[in-house]
Design a protein around this ligand. Structure first.
Ligand code: SF4
Length: 459
């Protein structure tokens, strides 16, 4: 990638706002008229397909304090008993949802996200694992993962997490520089991260991931180089390098970030280039938009073999057909529908108390949506469009299905973003930086949804 030159002018020209396509259609296309009844229909469809494996996501929103850069759906509290009250509702939700499924279903992927899942005490974690095992059969070989904040983690807690059956773990690092940490309200000495990382290795987690963020206040090429080196020296299996999105009108906590200290667009982009080049030189492959994996990690192998998938939990090699999601603000994807729960803690709990499935919006994909979703996700994950992709999946010729949209995408050949080969359209190394522009040409909802939300840019 180091031979790809992107000038400030080129970045200014192509760094257009657009969706990240973690889903298609994207969230702004979903509607509030999709509610409990529609979710029940979706669950009935899943129930009618008993052999199809499930993924399960649980959102655990609690954090001890709010980091100023935070873009997550988090609830700050110091009171552990608040979690017990929440888990009562998650239990009720599990009961309501699984009562609509025929029998105890197999789960191949389980993920706890947040918030801070390790804000839970050991008895609370044990309770939740027990509940999940009561309502589902979790495959022994399944991916059982959670996100951990090293600032409140201990080696003892990690041992408890491992003993509960978790085999994958993500530690949040963001940046190791003390000034950057001060500027984002997240003080986390590197020694603490390192101690927990080494404990994860000793405890035998099959996969240890570290999360970092670029575009934070006071990050410079020098500080970011230190962070990259420190992180890659630990040799985690995977590294996520997320772009910081400064949206204080959506996330008021970000008003505490001094905008004067944020890197400008080109500097921010240069930081990401550093991650690609430096991690590449350290043995990591760039996977998807913002992930890196050791070259022999299954994610890197899947990306090379062009069979990478993604869902709301992130990139995966094991796509389950249905993902059920529990807890406030969680997003499920099942039987051709997206389903999102209420994002406000109090309202989520009230809905569950009233015996309601706490769904507030969702979307049922049409045949055209399903086809475009496959095409866009394959393009975003695997950087190509095989001409027989839709014929294999839907029995419809790609050109017939997408017609003019495909022609518009091909206009990027001249810009050097796309190469037309005999069997496929291939995203070039340059085009990879702007692959969202190609996907946007295939998005049938974009004209409508782009008025509903200010999308993020490439950087
Ligand atoms: S960044 Fe993470 S730990 Fe910090 S407030 Fe947000 S969810 Fe909590």
């Amino acid at each position: 990638m180091s031979d790809v030159i992107i000038s400030p002018e080129m970045l200014a020209r192509y760094n257009k706002p657009g969706p990240r396509y973690t889903s298609y259609p994207t969230v702004p296309a979903w509607t509030g008229t999709f509610g409990e009844e529609e979710y029940r229909e979706a669950l009935a469809d899943v129930s009618a397909r008993p052999d199809e494996a499930l993924s399960v996501y649980v959102h655990l929103p609690f954090c001890a304090e709010r980091c100023t850069y935070c873009g997550c759906n988090a609830t700050v509290t110091r009171r552990s008993e608040v979690v017990d009250v929440y888990l009562d509702r998650v239990e009720r939700e599990l009961d309501m949802v699984t009562s609509l499924l025929d029998g105890k279903r197999q789960v191949v992927q389980l993920h706890w996200g947040g918030g801070t899942p390790n804000f839970l005490t050991e008895p609370q974690m044990s309770r939740l694992v027990g509940l999940l095992k009561q309502y589902f059969t979790i495959e022994d070989s399944g991916e059982i993962s959670l996100e951990v904040d090293p600032r409140i983690g201990t080696v003892e807690q990690l041992a408890q997490i491992r003993a509960l059956g978790f085999n994958r773990i993500s530690l949040g690092v963001q940046d190791i520089n003390p000034d950057v940490q001060e500027a984002i309200g997240r003080i986390q000495p590197f020694a603490q991260t390192e101690e927990l990382y080494r404990a994860c290795r000793d405890l035998g987690f099959a996969s240890v991931n570290l999360d970092m963020v670029y575009g934070l206040p006071l990050q410079t090429a020098e500080t970011f180089q230190d962070t990259l080196t420190a992180i890659s020296d630990l040799r985690p299996d995977r590294i996520a390098c997320f772009s910081y999105a400064h949206v204080p009108w959506v996330k008021p906590n970000q008003k505490l970030i001094d905008v004067e200290k944020l890197p400008d667009t080109f500097t921010k982009f240069s930081l990401f280039r550093m991650a690609i080049d430096n991690l590449g030189a350290s043995g990591y492959d760039w996977v998807g938009m913002d992930h890196f994996a050791l070259r022999d990690d299954e994610l890197a192998v899947a990306a090379r073999e062009r069979r990478l998938h993604r869902n709301f939990m992130g990139y995966t090699t094991r796509p389950a057909l249905h993902m059920l999601a529990f807890g406030m603000s969680s997003i499920g994807e099942l039987a051709g529908r997206f389903v999102q729960n209420e994002s406000h803690l109090g309202r989520y709990q009230k809905m569950v108390d009233a015996g309601q499935l706490p769904v507030v919006r969702g979307y049922k994909l049409s045949d055209d949506d399903l086809l475009r979703r496959s095409v866009i996700l394959h393009l975003m994950c695997n950087l190509e469009l095989p001409y027989d992709l839709t014929t294999k999946l839907f029995g419809v010729d790609l050109r017939e299905a997408l017609g003019d949209d495909l022609d518009r995408m091909e206009a990027y050949v001249e810009d050097g973003f796309l190469e037309l080969l005999p069997d496929r359209a291939q995203v070039t190394p340059l085009g990879r930086f702007f692959v969202r522009l190609l996907a946007m040409e295939l998005d049938a909802h974009l004209a409508r949804t782009s008025q509903k939300i200010a999308f993020s840019k490439t950087v």
